[in-house]
Design a protein around this ligand. Structure first.
Ligand code: FAD
Length: 491
């Protein structure tokens, strides 16, 4: 069989976009198919009654000189502008306000200035955090360091071995063990900070989070977090156009329901009403969804991954346009709110509130758009019938409103509001049960298994937030690029 394409990428989330663009850059014949009419998946900008909203992700890394998104933007002259935010994030609880400043010392100074702060131990903790982040972040910037561990990669890693020492010591252990080691478990402000950051990055609290991954994730404010002007959809479209400019074929409104392998020949992919052939198929989907589409429900490795994803989260959302308070400033803002630091950082008790820049995406330039999210439990939803699920989600959304009213009252002059939930994410992105956020990175060595690579059926590949290096727009794009490299190596 002479295949139509070297690779068909199913899904134009950032995992699929990263894979497709890199393949096209290297001269491969690529097709990208997306079920929706626009790219981005959980990191999209969508239209609702004339206004444009961020679908989920709002704060982004990878835009510094030489970093992945910046390199793509420059190489393809994409029409994408971004703004560095400092602070990228503000954390509010009833007891404190903390600015996650870009400058490390500016963040540390805020902790050290608090009454009773254990300054010496805080410094030791942050020194370790910085060392671990310095060891792991380069893998997102230089994807040739990412697994699978080929001989060449192993050699490059061996030169970096001294940097990995703190990882070896703490791998498989929870972040909490480090707090115990430095006698910081009683210092509430730090614990609250870590719980809030771990929940939005590694998808679980500090007591459970896999220490090295959590320590690295904590660095994102210090590595140039940006707001993409107009919305992250600008970058997603920029990548689509770059792909087309390189000869890639892109098809929107084309859900892939079935892909089958013809032994010894390649893949036949049915996208919408059309069939295409390809040597490789790259699924930008959850393992359980990719398995179903590819008829690989029995593949043990996919079943194992699916079980880990199923233990995770969906999100409840509020999308609003609001009248800004006086002196709000023109820039985008991100405020994280925790109403009760003693309760789990979920279900409306903990919300991430992102406010668009002045005039951005709104028909009425006096209004500001807002995307608000909180974690909801999919295992809990699974135990409920339809009415029970609706009640759970509505209760959570009420909690979100209450948390905003208490901790960010200046942003509650609402012009309009609509909501989203697990059901929305399922319909929207095709993710089973509306599971978003990837695999919760709870302590354990299983997260590093992919360093040795996985064995998939020939020509089958998976990208997105359930595979290494995990969740976030940058991580899935870097992971997509890595998978593209392995496809190219197999050409
Ligand atoms: C509420 C929320 C807030 C977040 N905030 C941030 C943030 O601030 N910063 C950050 O970096 N990250 C954030 N994230 C995480 C980030 O959005 C995700 O990790 C990342 O976007 C996931 O990308 P993906 O490629 O894995 O999958 P997705 O984004 O789900 O993309 C998959 C795409 O594939 C398409 N597709 C699926 N199945 C098929 C099929 N059969 N046929 C055709 N097309 C198909 C879908 O329609 C979708 O477009 C957030 C996530 C959520 C949910």
């Amino acid at each position: 069989m002479s295949a139509d394409f070297d690779a068909i990428v199913v899904g134009a989330g950032f995992g699929g976009l990263g894979a497709a663009l890199h393949l096209a850059e290297e001269g491969a014949r690529v097709m990208l198919v997306e079920r929706l009419q626009y790219p981005g998946g959980c990191a999209c900008t969508f239209e609702h009654e004339g206004d444009w909203f961020e679908g989920g992700a709002t704060l982004f890394s990878g835009f510094e000189e030489g970093q992945l998104f910046r390199s793509w933007i420059e190489r393809h002259s994409m029409d994408v502008e971004f703004e560095h935010l400092d602070p990228p994030l503000e954390l509010r609880t009833p007891h404190m306000v903390l600015e996650a400043r870009r400058d490390r010392q500016a963040l540390r100074d805020q902790f050290e200035a608090l009454p009773g702060a254990p300054v010496k131990n805080l410094r030791r903790f942050f020194a370790l955090q910085e060392r671990v982040a310095a060891a792991l972040w380069p893998t997102l910037e230089d994807t040739t360091l990412l697994p699978p561990l080929t001989m060449r990669r192993a050699l490059r890693h061996s030169l970096r071995l001294p940097r990995y020492w703190p990882l070896a010591r703490w791998a498989g252990r929870p972040l909490w063990a480090i707090l115990e080691r430095y006698e910081l478990t009683e210092f509430e402000p730090l614990v609250t900070w870590l719980d809030s950051q771990c929940q939005i990055t590694v998808q679980c609290g500090a007591r459970e989070a896999e220490a090295p991954i959590a320590l690295a994730a904590l660095d994102y404010h210090h590595r140039g977090a940006v707001h993409v002007k107009g919305g992250i959809g600008q970058l997603a479209w920029g990548m689509v156009r770059a792909l087309e400019g390189l000869g890639g074929v892109v098809s929107f409104g084309a859900p892939v329901k079935r892909a089958r392998r013809e032994p010894g020949e390649g893949w036949v992919v049915k996208a919408g009403k059309e069939e295409h052939t390809s040597r490789h198929v790259i699924f930008n989907a959850l393992p359980q969804d990719a398995a179903r589409i590819a008829g690989l429900e029995d593949a043990a490795s996919l079943r194992k991954m699916a079980a880990r994803v199923e233990d995770g989260w969906s999100a409840a959302m509020l999308f609003r346009t609001v009248r800004p308070p006086a002196g709000a400033g023109a820039s985008a803002r991100h405020v994280e709110l925790v109403r009760d630091t003693e309760r789990p950082f979920l279900e409306g008790n903990h919300v991430f509130l992102s406010i668009g820049a002045e005039g951005e995406g709104v028909q009425d330039p006096k209004l500001r758009r807002m995307t608000v999210s909180t974690h909801i439990s999919v295992p809990k939803l699974r135990t409920l019938d339809d009415a029970g699920q609706r009640e759970y989600v509505e209760t959570v959304q009420d909690q979100m409103r209450e948390t905003i009213a208490q901790l960010a009252p200046e942003w509650t002059s609402i012009a309009r509001e609509f909501t989203g939930s697990a059901r929305t994410f399922r319909r929207w992105t095709g993710r089973s049960e509306g599971l978003v956020g990837g695999i919760p990175r709870r302590a354990g060595l299983s997260h590093y298994q992919e360093v040795l690579g996985r064995r998939w059926p020939a020509g089958f590949h998976l990208v997105g937030d359930s595979v290494f290096p995990g969740q976030s727009t940058l991580a899935v794009a870097a992971g997509g690029r890595r998978v593209a490299e392995s496809v190219l190596a197999a050409r």
